[in-house]
Ligand binder design. Structure first.
Ligand code: PMP
Length: 406
């Protein structure tokens, strides 16, 4: 039944029909970016063919229709992460920009000696903006360690929280390890210490239902392109009271109410944080991507991917010379490993010969690599359209790499 459903869904993704080196594409690099269904591709094309106009400005019909479509997409995002207030949804370029927005704007309130707490499993985009903020403000960066399964050490996390902690930034789902963090619990701990919490949801939104009210996080960031949507569009959710008190971070058109050379007043939320012409087509197509995910159903997607991950993990664990990196109890979608005696890039090249796309490298998480004492790993990451047969192709290709280089 699932098998037939997945076969049907695969028809929605034109790229899955192409070949690489004469072999059917086996796309297992979904944590880097997911493929796009036809409805998303068509939605973006339809915008340019039928609706293209700048938004929030014109009285002419096209501009009004484009504005309505863009704002309808904002409502789709709002419902997707379960907030009631559309002013809490800020469109940005992606997760990276969302985090930089908070670091730049909210960060203006930080003083020397204030502390920012992150974790050892963060993506560089949830490390470097905080380092830059520390340099500007004199705040201090603290890092909660992980254990050898790739789980956050809760005792250490709790111990690192204190009266000086102003901000906690952590990932919902690790892109290098697949670890799912117990965000709701961590948010409660951080709040008890008086800190606000930013959650990096770049990996999570395509794999887990996310309810920002239930998590009670203060900020939640994600990218459209890992959620079957376009590149160049993403979302920052922020609690209205916080966003309202924050200064703008970029100046320009759309984010103002009135401009004179003496003084400028700012627009209401969320527009205060949306200077300039945004990625209109991208926003509208992100709405289409979220509708698509809603149609398939995140619980069904999660169950299917979980079964794939369980199968892949079991098979990989039985292969000699394979070392799994990231064995948390609560995991999703990601199988990260090294092959004894073969450099990850060589594994990746052999896999590519077989049509298998995986990511090899440090996955923008060099501290995670350092923790496990490896320069890089091979990472296979699953999406709703992957199959058990594709996992078998992956495993056969790994064996081939072992034969070639072993
Ligand atoms: N955080 C995590 C956990 C990620 O996996 C990624 C993307 N690899 C990012 C942040 C950055 O996302 P983007 O490049 O779309 O801004």
């Amino acid at each position: 039944e699932t098998k037939r459903a997945v076969a049907r869904l695969r028809q929605d993704f034109p790229i899955l029909h192409r070949t690489v080196h004469g072999k059917p594409l086996v796309y297992l690099d979904n944590a880097a970016t997911s493929q796009k269904p036809q409805c998303v591709i068509e939605c973006e094309a339809r915008y340019y063919a039928q609706l293209n106009a700048n938004i929030h400005r014109g009285v002419h019909s096209l501009s009004q229709q484009a504005t309505e479509a863009y704002e309808a997409a904002r409502d789709t995002v709002r419902r997707f992460i379960h907030t009631e207030r559309r002013e809490e949804i800020v469109f940005v370029r992606g997760t990276t920009e969302a985090i930089n927005l908070v670091a730049t704007s909210y960060g203006q309130g930080l003083r020397p000696g204030d502390e920012i707490l992150i974790t050892e499993m963060e993506h560089h985009s949830n490390i470097v903006p905080w380092q830059l903020l520390c340099e500007r403000s004199g705040a201090v960066l603290r890092v909660a360690p992980i254990d050898d399964a790739g789980e956050l050490r809760l005792d250490a996390f709790e111990r690192l929280l204190g009266p000086a902690t102003r901000l906690v930034a952590l990932t919902h789902l690790s892109n290098a390890l697949g670890t799912i963090n117990p965000v709701k619990r961590l948010v409660a701990l951080a709040h008890a210490a008086g800190a606000v919490v930013l959650v990096d949801g770049a990996q999570a939104v395509a794999h887990l239902p996310v309810d920002v009210q239930e998590l009670d996080c203060d900020f939640y960031a994600f990218s459209g392109h890992k959620l079957y949507g376009p590149t160049g569009i993403g979302v920052l959710y922020g609690k209205a009271a916080l966003l309202d008190a924050m200064p703008p971070w970029q100046g320009g058109g759309d984010m103002i109410r009135e401009v004179t050379f003496a003084r400028t007043s700012y627009n209401d939320l969320p527009y205060k944080f949306e200077a300039g012409t945004p990625h209109i087509a991208g926003g509208i197509a992100l709405g289409a991507a979220i509708d698509y995910v809603g149609m398939v159903g995140l619980p069904a997607i999660a169950a299917h991917e979980h079964a794939l991950l369980a199968y892949a993990t079991e098979q990989a664990a039985g292969m000699a010379g394979l070392r799994l990196i990231g064995t948390a109890r609560d995991k999703a979608s990601i199988l990260s490993f090294t092959v004894e005696g073969v450099h990850p890039h060589d594994v990746g090249t052999i896999l590519d010969d077989e049509g298998v796309a995986v990511r090899t490298g440090h996955h923008c998480a060099m501290p995670v690599m350092a923790h496990f004492g490896v320069p890089a790993t091979v990472r296979a990451s699953f999406a709703l359209y992957n199959t058990v047969e594709e996992v078998d192709v992956l495993l056969r290709a790994i064996r081939r790499a072992q034969e070639v280089f072993g």
